[in-house]
Design a binder for this molecule. Structure first.
Ligand SMILES: *[C@@H]1O[C@H](CO)[C@@H](O)[C@H](O)[C@H]1NC(C)=O
Ligand SMILES: *[C@@H]1O[C@H](CO)[C@@H](O)[C@H](O)[C@H]1NC(C)=O
Ligand SMILES: *[C@@H]1O[C@H](CO)[C@@H](O)[C@H](O)[C@H]1NC(C)=O
Length: 321
């Protein structure tokens, strides 16, 4: 039979098509190529076979754990393993499930389809989420003081990524150091955060591994107390804004003197400016329990603003008539 030149391309195409079909009928896909799950959760892999098949096997940790036939017969080595047709009973796709994964299940997952299909290998990674704890709980510090917080994570695998946030915002990584140590087949880490106490904030420490959808965290409240100098400045500013009208002062007299324990020289101008006896701390306003004899008979209205040993501010208001 003579073959015209024109028919050559057609023959060529037909051959390509046949060859491609032949090759495809001997193929199957294993998905996903790798799976990362948390210990105790399930892992799933699916094999999609293009063409006819009879028997498929699944191997985990080098052991054959499951055999499935195209008729739907499943034989397993343990009830930890199961298989089913993917959806709608399509025999072209088999889903293999490993329930309640353990760390020892990590490794290659091999699917073999009997015949010329051969085998495909996927990887299973089983991770572990442990605990996170900022040591010591809430902290109270004086403004601008350097604060050191320690976050301990226990029983993670692999080494968790540890980060810190302050009021929900990421803390610059230059402000903390994280070290890890092996703890049996998992890891503990210690992260030390050093920051300047500026204002009241919620500080949180976060730890995560890839298998974990939401990081685990621990948080503490950082209470910043103003230092004494700042408090003075604040009161001064308030008095400048509000003038000398005094809520806690019943007779509206001008404060002519005040004394601070441990502070001896107070100039009149400071007095006028600072205007002690203002409304601040009026909730702890106290009537005099002691009268300074120097002031006796002068008709002075005197206010004392003192800090006792406990750091508690007392406001004494003394009226001598
Ligand atoms: C972290 O460690 C390095 C090296 O030991 C040190 O120089 C740095 O000050 C540390 N930073 C913090 C926030 O602890
Ligand atoms: C890891 O943390 C746990 C719990 O705090 C502790 O019992 C264990 O000794 C730690 N392991 C190491 C190596 O520090
Ligand atoms: C922080 O909060 C405490 C009360 O929780 C308050 O007394 C203090 O003034 C606050 N500090 C600053 C700097 O706002």
């Amino acid at each position: 039979m003579a073959v015209s030149r024109k028919s050559w391309p057609n023959l060529f195409c037909t051959c390509l098509l046949l060859c491609a079909t032949e090759a495809a009928s001997q193929q199957f896909q294993l998905e996903p190529p790798s799976s990362t799950v948390l210990r105790g959760s399930d892992a799933r892999f699916s094999a999609t076979v293009e063409g006819k098949w009879e028997v498929m096997t699944w191997t985990l940790r080098r052991f054959l754990v499951l055999t499935v036939s195209v008729t739907g017969n499943v034989t397993t080595s343990s009830e930890q393993f199961s298989a089913a047709f993917c959806s709608g009973g399509d025999t072209g796709c088999v889903e293999f499930t490993i329930r309640n994964t353990t760390r020892g299940d990590s490794g290659p997952v091999i699917c073999t389809v009997q015949g010329e299909y051969g085998s495909k290998t996927a990887q299973l990674y089983v991770q572990e989420s442990g605990t996170v704890n900022i040591m010591g709980g809430d902290v109270t510090v004086v403004q601008d003081q350097q604060v050191e917080l320690q976050c301990v994570t226990t029983a993670w695998f692999p080494i968790p990524t540890v980060t810190w946030t302050q009021n929900g915002k990421a803390v610059d990584s230059s402000l903390y150091n994280t070290t890890d140590m092996a703890n049996g087949d998992s890891f503990n880490t210690t992260s030390v955060l050093k920051l300047q106490a500026v204002s009241n904030t919620t500080v949180a420490c976060w730890a995560t591994v890839p298998a974990l959808t939401n990081p685990t965290s621990s948080s503490v409240f950082l209470v910043v107390e103003r230092n004494y100098q700042d408090e003075m400045r604040r009161v001064k500013t308030q008095s400048q804004i509000s003038g000398v009208s005094v809520a806690g002062q019943r007779q509206g007299q001008v404060n002519a003197g005040y004394a601070l324990e441990g502070q001896t020289s107070v100039t009149p101008s400071e007095l006028t400016e600072s205007g002690f006896g203002q409304a601040h701390d009026s909730n702890i306003f106290k009537m005099p329990d002691a009268v300074n004899s120097n002031l006796e008979g002068n008709g002075y209205n005197s206010a004392y603003n003192t800090l006792d040993e406990s750091g508690f501010r007392k406001h004494r208001h003394v009226t001598i008539v």
